[in-house]
Structures are given as structure tokens and as C-alpha cells.
Design a protein around this ligand. Structure first.
Ligand SMILES: [Zn+2]
Ligand SMILES: [Zn+2]
Length: 319
């Protein structure tokens, strides 16, 4: 069985829930509790269950990092945003000695929000571990070394005790890595970005973030429909609403929930997961985008239903 675990889902910049945000959630919970029985723990659980996710939970604030469980022994990870740090702690806790683990990390691109987690990735400090960083950019290694140079960061790249290797991939070629077929594809984004399609055990997961989709180019659309074809899960850059995507932010290198539905429907994909959330959006705003996207899917549905969810830090989707 394949499974996606989301460790960082926010775009551009990590954000934290504020005191004012916590207060709003508490008020909502107290309001929902009015006049209801509250004597037992299950009474309390019932009140919480009656709240929308924006009030009982939070989408979270780490920048891009998604773990793909493939059924194999090694770890597969997409991007090294600030979510890489909690992922690293979980990986350390999972194996008793903490040593002898292999991490295959696939980078969409080298923008800061996708690499900033590496200096805080504890498994990279452990001798005996292997960290293999895959990507299609020329300056893969240089960008990561530079991130940890003075005066930007106090600790040099040579501090890592694990064996760190860089693997350059070519787009549109399928690679076999620890029993998983991995295919990168070029995407439209400032300085280029790459999506990845992972296939194992008859399942397919596509990770496609920081990707702009020019609606007026049929060749571009056809390429992505093929890339998403029959995928069990598409993790999709839905940073903007359509109004944003076709107006002022047209050339900012991101996409919208609307385009995600269109491409997934054309491709016959089963599940669209909205990802790389706009840092300005609070939980209520992301809930609203999700509700709007589900409505759109319903009214445009063909023969096949497309499931739609919005990624949050801690979400797991089993396939
Ligand atoms: Zn980004
Ligand atoms: Zn970017």
C-alpha cells in the first residue's frame, strides 16, 4: 500500500497560528458547547466533532515536505521545506538506533521554501545514514551548500555525519529507485520546477507543486493530463483562487484549485489534494477554498467522481 504523509503544506513561507487565531477557535468551541451535555469525555468529543476543521484543527504552517510511503524499506520524501524537521524527528523515533537509514529526497526546485529544512534535518547528522538528494537543476548541490554558508547560516554543510549524495535526473525519463518507478517532468515556474510521478504496487502518486498552467496553451495542458493520467493521488499547487490566477498573479508561477479540478478530471485522476497554501490564508479561508473546490467538482462531474481534499500538516492519505 502507498501512503502520502504531509509534513509541510504551506507555500512560500512558513506561518504559525497566532494567539488571536487560537482565541477564535476556543470561542467557537465554547459557543458550540452551549446548552449541550459536557459531563463525560465522549460528550466533549461530540462537541469537537460538530465543529468544522477550521475551528477544531489547523492546516498548519510548515513549508513543503511530503513523505511518500512506498511499501519499501527506504524513505521517500518530496522537498525539504521546514516540514522536513518534524519528519526527521519522526524518522529518528521510528528506528531504534537511528542509524543505517536511507532517504531518497526529490526536489521540485531550489527556492528557499523548498530547501530550508535541510540544516535542521537530524538524520543528516547521523553517521551511517544516507541522504540522496535528487533533482533536475544544474545547481542542485551549489544551492544547498550556499544555503549553509556564512553569513546566512552559522553551521557549514560539512557538519553532516550522514553520507550525502546528489543525483541529477533528466525530465521525462523513468527511473527505478528502491522498487519505485519515478518520473520527473518540467513545470512552468520562475527558474523552472519539476513534478514527480511515483508508481509502485499498481498505484500512482503525482507531486506537482510550484507550477503555473497557462490555460491558453493546449500542448501544455495535454502534457499535464498525460502526467496525471489515472493517478490515485495528485498533490497540486493550488495557491491561488482562479480570480488571482487569471489576473494580477498570472505570471507568478503558481496555479489554482479550479485548474487542479480541470486537469485531474481530464486525466481521470481519483483524488486531488490542494497543496502549497497561500501564507495569507487563515484556516477559515482554506476551508472555504476546499468547499468551493468540492462544489465545482460536483457540478462538473463526468462519469467518475474526483475526491478533493486540502492538505494540512499531519494529514495522511492511504491509497
Ligand atoms: Zn514554493
Ligand atoms: Zn517556487
Amino acid at each position: 500500500m502507498m501512503r502520502a504523509r504531509f509534513w509541510g503544506t504551506r507555500g512560500s513561507l512558513p506561518v504559525a497560528l497566532t494567539a488571536a487565531g487560537v482565541r477564535l477557535k476556543l470561542l467557537a468551541a465554547l459557543r458550540a458547547a452551549r446548552g449541550r451535555p459536557l459531563a463525560t469525555e465522549s460528550d466533549l468529543e461530540r462537541v469537537l466533532a460538530s465543529l468544522p476543521f477550521a475551528e477544531s484543527g489547523t492546516y498548519g504552517g510548515h513549508s513543503s515536505c511530503v513523505q511518500i510511503e512506498t511499501g519499501g524499506f527506504d524513505y521517500f520524501v518530496c522537498d525539504m521545506g521546514s516540514g522536513l524537521r518534524p519528519f526527521g524527528h519522526a524518522a529518528m523515533a521510528q528506528r531504534s538506533a537511528g542509524a543505517g537509514q536511507t532517504f531518497h529526497i526529490f526536489l521540485s526546485h531550489l527556492h528557499w521554501d523548498h530547501i530550508m529544512g535541510l540544516p535542521f534535518f537530524v538524520p543528516a547528522f547521523v553517521p551511517g545514514n544516507r541522504v540522496r538528494v535528487y533533482g533536475c537543476h544544474d545547481r542542485l548541490e551549489a544551492a544547498l551548500l550556499r544555503q549553509q554558508e556564512q553569513p546566512s547560516f552559522p553551521v557549514d554543510f560539512s557538519i553532516f555525519g550522514a553520507k550525502i549524495e546528489f543525483v541529477r535526473l533528466e525530465p521525462d525519463r523513468a527511473y527505478e529507485i528502491d522498487g519505485v518507478k519515478v518520473t520527473p517532468m518540467l513545470q512552468r515556474h520562475g527558474g523552472d520546477s519539476y513534478g514527480y510521478r511515483f508508481e509502485a504496487q499498481g498505484k500512482a502518486v503525482v507531486y506537482s507543486t510550484d507550477s503555473e498552467h497557462p490555460l491558453e496553451q493546449p500542448g501544455h495542458t495535454a502534457r499535464f493530463v498525460e502526467f496525471f493520467r489515472d493517478a490515485d493521488l495528485v498533490i497540486f499547487d493550488a495557491m491561488y483562487s482562479l480570480a488571482d490566477a487569471v489576473s494580477i498573479k498570472a505570471d507568478w508561477g503558481h496555479s489554482s484549485n479550479i485548474v487542479g479540478v480541470e486537469l485531474c478530471q481530464m486525466a481521470g485522476a481519483k483524488h486531488l489534494c490542494l497543496f502549497h497554501h497561500e501564507p495569507v490564508f487563515d484556516d477559515a479561508a482554506i476551508d472555504a477554498v476546499l468547499a468551493e473546490t468540492r462544489r465545482l467538482e460536483e457540478i462538473t462531474r463526468g462519469a467518475k467522481r474526483l475526491r478533493v481534499s486540502a492538505a494540512y500538516d499531519g494529514l495522511e492519505i492511504g491509497l
